[in-house]
Structures are given as C-alpha cells and as structure tokens.
Design a protein around this ligand. Structure first.
Ligand code: FAD
Length: 398
C-alpha cells in the first residue's frame, strides 16, 4: 500500500486525508498544533453545488448547519448615519461556520491517521520517496507528500524558493457577534457590503453548532506601510499573517472606534460590541506548478487568492474532490492521477488568484466614489469588473 504523508491538518489537509484514505492509501496527517483546531468560529462561504457534492460523497452530513444567502446589497452611510442601500444583486452562497466544515472532515478521518503536535521542519525527495524531518527529531519516509500547510507553507518554499507572498496594501479586521446582540437583525439577512472611504465591511450570518446564529463580519481597511506596521506590531508586516484577539491593545480599539464612526450606527454597534475582534493581514501568491516530483501543494499552500472571492476553503475542498475523481479514473495510479489533477486544479487556482486581485482593486484600493453610485451605475460597474471572469456566487444565479 502506498504511503502518503500530509503536512497540515486543517481544511485542505483533512479533505485530502479523507479522500486518499477512502481510496485505500496509507495516510498520515502531520499537524503542528497540539490542540484540536475547532474553535476558530469565523464564517466560510462555499458554492451550493459544492455543498451538494460534499453531501452526496458523504464528506458532509446532510444536516450539517448552513445558511443560504440569495442576494447581496451595497450600503453607504447617509448624513444621519442610517444605512442607505444603493445596489442589490442576486448571489448564491452557502455560509458555514469554519468549525462545522473542519468537524465534518475531521470526524470522518480513520482513527489514528491524524498526528497532533507534529511539526515538520524539513522536506526532501528523490525519485522513489519523500523524507520528512519533524522538529521532535523524528524522520519519516513516504511515497508521496501533500503539503496543505497554509499561507506560510514549508512545502511551497521548499519546491519553489523564489515564490513570495504578495502583501495587499490593506488589512482585514474580523469578528463574530451573536445575532441576539445585533440591533435591526433583518438588515443583515443579506450579504451586506458597507462601503466607506478605506474599503468596505462584509457581513453575513453563520449558524453555530448549538443552533444559535452569529453575525460574521470582515472589515477591510486600506493603510499605508507605516500604519500597517504599527497596527501589526512589527517592523516588517510581510512576516505577520494575523494578530490574535489576545494581542490587541488599547490603540487597536481606538482605531476600530475611529473606523466604526464612519459607518451607519447599526454597523458601528456590531463592530464595537464584538467581543474578540482580530486582525488578518491580506496576501496573495501564485506558484509555477502544483506538483513537483512526489510532492503536491493544496489549499493555501498552493495559490492564495485574496479573501474577496470567498474561495480559499472552496478551492481546498475542490482540490481534494478533483484528485479523488482522477484517482478513480486512473485506477489509483498516483503518478498519472496527480499529473491530471495538477493541470485541472492549476487552472482553477490561477483564475481565482486573478479574480481576488480584481475584486481587491474594485472593492478596496481603486473604488468608485460610492456615494455617487446607484443601481444602474453599479450594474455597469459589475459588468466592467467581470469582463471574462466567473465567480461562483454570481454564476449560480444565471
Ligand atoms: C478574511 C478572510 C476571509 C475568508 N473567507 C473565506 C470564505 O468565505 N470562503 C472560503 O472558502 N475561504 C475563505 N477564506 C480562506 C480560507 O480560510 C482558507 O483559504 C482556508 O481555510 C485554507 O485552509 P488550509 O487548510 O489550506 O490552510 P490553514 O487553515 O492555514 O491550515 C494549515 C495548517 O497547516 C499547519 N501547519 C503549517 N505548517 C506546518 C508544519 N510545518 N508542520 C505541520 N503542520 C503545519 C497549521 O498549523 C494549520 O493547521 C478567508 C480567509 C480570510 C483571510
């Protein structure tokens, strides 16, 4: 039986681990974290078709909690700080809690294949095998390696040392607040984009596993380099992917208050009442290939698309499903199947990478003057942005 090592036990790694073990491979997932990763609590949107496929393939339970969102609206603040809706558009996305997606995958993994507290420090390969060195001194051999180790992937830098993370000139503040603490809850039934001078705030409801509902929000703030360094407590923001809630200081809450004061009061209240906001630095990157020798890249270890496309988890899940299909079509021959997978998935990832940049410009760094926009102008704005691009949330409407 072929031995497969996977680095990273989050969405991409667990999805790969699940499909490969179902096909009979001897899989081990090496996860750096010593604790189970089930408490991130933020929202993840995926396409409806993908959810259906996950249920059909027994990767998700049919009753795994989700909220279907069928339209989005763009909002500015009027002079009295009321929410003024200036554009509505049909979309179709399925919102989940990150923990639900993680748990659905994790609970289906065969017992004993997931190793916590197993951090990989070094990777090498020859024609016949891959060798992993763990930080605890252990050395492991495998026939194939899937690197699903996220934004700062060791796999990516080992295969492609020239690849660099490109930093967007903005950051995202993120948080969740219980729906019961939201004033005017019906306003938030849609996917909302509140647009302001430094970017926008996206909000949508996500279900919790206990049956209650949270409002998930992501606030993009355009910042210059000096200000970014200050907010991320660093001299080199390129090295900081996020700042956890426990790391935020009074100056961060002052900053958040300043931004909230530019919003309609109902949005400001959501932001300021959120118990544990945190900050994410925004990156993207591309790689020349998804496979080199016996090593493959999946999830954020491969391409990273800016979060505006809401596709990071989606592409990680699709990557695993495409490999599953290719392995079935190629009689479980990993060499042939990964060749095919790498071609198909590369094209998907490259398109998302491009779309993430386009949305970043259109929604944060190079926006129209939102106060001057209306339904008709926005319809044209959307046509101009999309040109030959496709986005699942919108395509699903056609
Ligand atoms: C603001 C924001 C909003 C987003 N919204 C959405 C959305 O709506 N929809 C969507 O689809 N996606 C969204 N995403 C993207 C999505 O969260 C990620 O793309 C997705 O979770 C990537 O999963 P992953 O498994 O590839 O990486 P990660 O979740 O980062 O997991 C990598 C794992 O590898 C482990 N690891 C790393 N290095 C090592 C090592 N050397 N040894 C062992 N283990 C290691 C880590 O501990 C971690 O558990 C969003 C992202 C952001 C920033």
């Amino acid at each position: 039986m072929q031995k497969i090592a996977i680095i990273g036990g989050s969405i991409a790694g667990n999805a790969m681990g699940l499909v490969l073990s179902r096909l009979g491979f001897d899989v081990t997932i090496y996860e750096r974290s010593g604790a189970q990763l089930d408490d991130r609590g933020v929202g993840i949107c995926i396409p409806k078709d993908l959810r259906n496929m996950l249920v059909q393939n027994d990767i998700f339970d049919s009753d795994a909690k989700y909220i279907e969102i069928i339209d989005r609206q763009f909002i500015v603040s009027d002079a009295k700080r009321n929410a003024d809706v200036f554009w509505q558009q049909p979309v179709n996305v399925i919102a989940h809690n990150w923990s639900e997606i993680y748990t659905q995958l994790y609970k289906r993994l065969p017992k004993g294949i997931y190793r916590q507290d197993a951090s990989v420090a070094h990777i090498e390969q020859d024609q016949n095998k891959v060798i992993l060195s763990l930080t605890n001194g252990q050395t492991v051999e495998a026939d194939w390696l899937f690197c699903c180790d996220g934004v700062n992937s060791l796999g990516r830098t080992t295969l492609f040392p020239q690849s660099k993370l490109n930093e967007a000139p903005y950051i995202a503040w993120r948080g969740v607040i219980a729906k019961k603490h939201v004033s005017e809850p019906p306003l938030f039934d849609r996917l909302n984009y509140f647009c302001y001078e430094y970017g926008h705030v996206v909000t949508y409801y996500i279900p919790k596993q206990d049956g209650s509902v949270d409002l998930n929000w992501v606030l993009y703030q355009k910042v210059n380099q000096a200000h970014k360094n200050k907010l991320l407590n660093t001299n080199n923001s390129n090295e900081v992917t996020s700042l956890a809630a426990r790391e935020l200081q009074p100056m961060h809450f002052e900053e958040l208050k300043k931004l909230a004061n530019m919003m309609p009061e109902v949005f400001a209240k959501v932001i300021l009442d959120t118990p544990k906001p945190f900050i994410q630095n925004i990156f993207d990157t591309q790689v020349p290939a998804l496979k080199k020798g016996r090593i493959c890249l999946s999830g954020d270890a491969a391409f990273i698309s800016r979060p505006h496309t809401a596709s990071g988890a989606t592409k990680a899940l699709q990557s695993a499903l495409i490999l599953f299909q290719q392995l079935q079509e190629n009689q479980h021959d990993l060499d042939r199947a990964t060749e095919q997978w790498a071609k198909i998935q590369y094209d998907n990832e490259r398109k998302l990478y491009e779309l993430g940049k386009i949305f970043g410009h259109a929604l944060v760094t190079d926006t129209p003057e939102w106060q001057l926009m209306n339904q008709e102008k926005m319809d044209q704005w959307w046509v101009d942005i999309m040109q030959n691009q496709q986005w699942y949330a919108y395509e699903a409407q056609k």
